[in-house]
Design a protein around this ligand. Structure first.
Ligand code: IVH
Length: 680
């Protein structure tokens, strides 16, 4: 075959196979038999290896990721991937619809159009297409920064490598859920069990575990699937005005979109949709844990905007969690990272929501007393939310011969240190600090966790061994471990030891928000860590900032300010930080992590006062921060501008007294419009 005949045949085969993939995965109406598909595929492989100059990146043969690996590098999302507000009861959903009406200034009698979709139980990914070609895939991560998983996502056959049809934007970010179909989940677990491995507890973990494989060939062997449910914005113009049309368009462009979505006129049809979906939950070929309702009109979505991490135009209405019956065998106390003792019921094993349950949380002593739960009781148990099972209450008539209620321990069950009651709360706490092996283990677990330094393979069991054998006391000790020492641990081969050392090594490249979060300062969660990092810019600045100044940062209250101060005053903590840094733990300067967007307000300090009419406080602050500005709580000589809305308070008076310039809402809106125009 000559060059040009080969090229023609390669192109024809490629188009035929792509068409089949589309029919199979998107339209769900395959035409070829498996044998026919394989025959064409092999012919294409043969021709491409004979004429490698005609291999193209969107060829169906290029899904194997031949040697290319996802490197899990951080990817900053231009438009953050938000999460969804959740409701579990009908009245809450009705209240959501009422709020949407109010915010849009629509009469309650005038129904809002929504789109109902299943809430898939997988993991969110963002797929970037440039000039119609698949260019990059990233996980959601914390919403702002995810991980690059391009090579692995390439192996998912229902994800097109080239957008079909016409009129797609030159740059398109498709968002959706990667999941493992129920049947694939069952066979994967059977295969794992046959080989003596530990099966995945649910299909979401299986999907996440499969997507985050270092070797894309492993991902390829797991039949992951994808549903598109949206696009990143601001996208280039030309996208439909309604979410329902967008879903239709995405399907035409070759993306799998569920057959289950419906356009619904008003709240009542939404409730009917929800009930019907719940009824059919078992029959669906994928796992769903609720329905998602989205305001259909994009212009209305824009008017509604979002608060903190969730849009105001969409809501997740979760299916009720399954309740099961079991018996309390014992009540034990678990010591958390900061010493809090949580009562936990050990129960007779039961299955709920696809997981085997042996423990359930009892929250705190007051909760046990309120529900009057005692050893031997038959109880109703539920998986609240997604993870921690909870005891709903005692079933049946209480037995006269029940044992007395449990008492909170006087001393820590792990280290024996005295227990204190946390003032103003119903919790109790071990006073052993990091001398308590349980607290030590928990803080190491926190340090190594996904949103912190993300040390893969360093799980609970291994941390237990490392602490119990005295190999590790603080996170800094992790960076002194070597293969020989690790390989000497029970159930640890040389290869696993080497993998762990490599994982520890790669955790050294981190970000300041992750590092701050990893330190485990009381009350400093991921959001606070990010706020601190972005408003102060460096670890040194944070360590030097006084408590009062910390409290002046929006989102940092006096309690957190105080905890931060206590943490950094402790010489032990400072020593651990020094050792971590000299071991090579480092992060890019924070300016880099916030992207390359222009920051016209770098170094500018704002104070807001009064009520803004067309934007929320959160939106205004988010905009100012993104543009490099800092937000203060009180007006000082260092304040650059005071932004005054309606009924401004004392702050405006202070500004006038100190000669700080005033800015009104109109000017703020003009800045925001200008920034939007620059972005678009
Ligand atoms: S829309 C702004 N649609 O739910 C809209 N999300 O809590 C945000 N999810 O991480 C996403 N099914 O992975 C949307 N039909 C659906 C969904 C869905 C599942 C997940 C998504 C996200 C989480 C939000």
């Amino acid at each position: 075959m000559d060059q040009s005949a080969a090229r023609d045949r390669i192109e024809a085969l490629r188009a035929l196979i792509q068409e089949q993939d589309y029919r199979y995965y998107v339209l769900d109406e395959p035409v070829w038999s498996d044998a026919e598909y394989d025959r064409h595929f092999r012919e294409l492989e043969r021709l491409e290896s004979a004429f490698p100059e005609w291999v193209s990146p969107d060829s169906p043969t290029q899904r194997v990721g031949g040697g290319v690996r996802s490197d899990f590098q951080p990817v900053r999302h231009d438009d953050p991937l938000l999460s969804l507000e959740k409701v579990v009861e009908e009245p809450e959903f009705v209240a959501f619809d009422r709020r949407v009406h109010e915010r849009l200034g629509r009469a309650q009698a005038d129904p809002i159009h929504y789109v109902g979709e299943p809430k898939y139980d997988g993991l969110a990914v963002s797929l970037l297409y440039v000039d119609g070609l698949f260019a990059r895939a990233a996980t959601r991560g914390d919403g702002w920064t995810g991980e690059e998983v391009t090579a692995n996502v390439r192996t998912i056959r229902s994800i097109p490598l080239r957008i079909r049809g016409r009129a797609w934007p030159r740059r398109l970010e498709v968002r959706g859920e990667v999941y493992l179909p129920k049947a694939a989940f069952r066979s994967l677990n059977e295969a794992i069990e046959k080989e003596g491995g530990r099966p995945f507890v649910n299909s979401r973990n299986a999907a996440a575990g499969s997507l985050r494989q270092v070797d894309p060939r492993v991902t390829r062997a797991r039949p992951l699937a994808f549903f598109a449910y949206g696009v990143g914005r601001p996208a280039e113009p030309g996208l439909p005005e309604c979410h329902s049309d967008l879903l239709k368009r995405l399907r035409e462009w070759g993306f799998p979109v569920t057959q289950e979505y419906r356009r619904l006129a008003g709240v009542e049809p939404c409730l009917v949709y929800f009930r019907a979906l719940l009824e059919r939950r078992q029959e669906l070929p994928f796992e769903a844990d609720g329905a998602v309702f989205k305001v259909d009109r994009v212009s209305e979505q824009e008017l509604l905007g979002s608060v903190a991490r969730a849009p105001r135009w969409a809501i997740a209405y979760k299916f009720p969690s399954e309740a099961v019956t079991t018996v309390v065998e014992a009540i034990e106390f678990q010591v958390g990272r900061t010493g809090t003792l949580t009562p936990v019921a050990r129960v007779r094993p039961v299955f709920a929501g696809g997981a085997r349950i042996v423990h359930a949380t009892l929250h705190n002593m007051d909760e046990i007393a309120r529900k009057d739960i005692r050893v031997g009781d038959t109880v109703s148990l539920r998986r609240a939310g997604d993870v921690i099972p909870e005891i709903v209450g005692v079933l049946g008539e209480p037995d006269a011969a029940r044992p007395p209620p449990v008492d909170g321990p006087r001393s820590c069950p792990v280290c024996g240190a005295p227990v204190e009651r946390i003032p103003g709360a119903s919790a109790i706490r071990c006073t052993g600090g990091l001398h308590c092996p349980a607290q030590r283990k928990e803080s190491l677990r926190h340090f190594a966790s996904r949103p912190a330094l993300d040390i893969q393979g360093l799980g609970e069991k291994l941390i237990g061994q490392l602490v119990d054998q005295g190999l590790v006391e603080t996170p800094a000790d992790l960076y002194q471990l070597d293969v020989t020492r690790l390989a000497a641990l029970e159930r640890m081969g040389r290869q696993s030891a080497a993998n762990l050392v490599a994982a520890i090594e790669s955790s050294k490249q981190t970000t300041l928000p992750r590092f701050l979060y990893a330190l485990g300062i009381r009350d400093v969660g991921q959001v606070t860590a990010r706020t601190l990092a972005e408003s102060l810019g460096s670890l040194e600045a944070l360590m030097e900032t006084r408590e009062e100044e910390l409290c002046a940062i929006e989102g940092i209250g006096p309690v957190i300010g105080h905890e931060i101060q206590i943490f950094f005053r402790d010489p032990g903590n400072r020593h651990v930080i020094d050792r971590l840094r000299s071991a090579g733990v480092q992060w890019p300067a924070i300016r880099q992590t916030t992207g390359t967007a222009p920051r016209p307000f770098e170094g500018t300090r704002f104070v807001l006062t009064g009520k803004l009419a067309s934007v929320t406080r959160e939106e205004a602050e988010a905009f100012l921060r993104e543009a490099g500005g800092q937000i203060g709580q009180s007006v000082t000589r260092k304040t650059s501008y005071v932004i005054a809305g309606e009924n401004p308070g004392q702050k405006l008076a202070d500004a006038r007294r100190l000669g700080v310039p005033e800015v009104g809402e109109a000017e703020l809106l003009a800045w925001m419009a200008e920034a939007r125009a620059r972005k678009a």
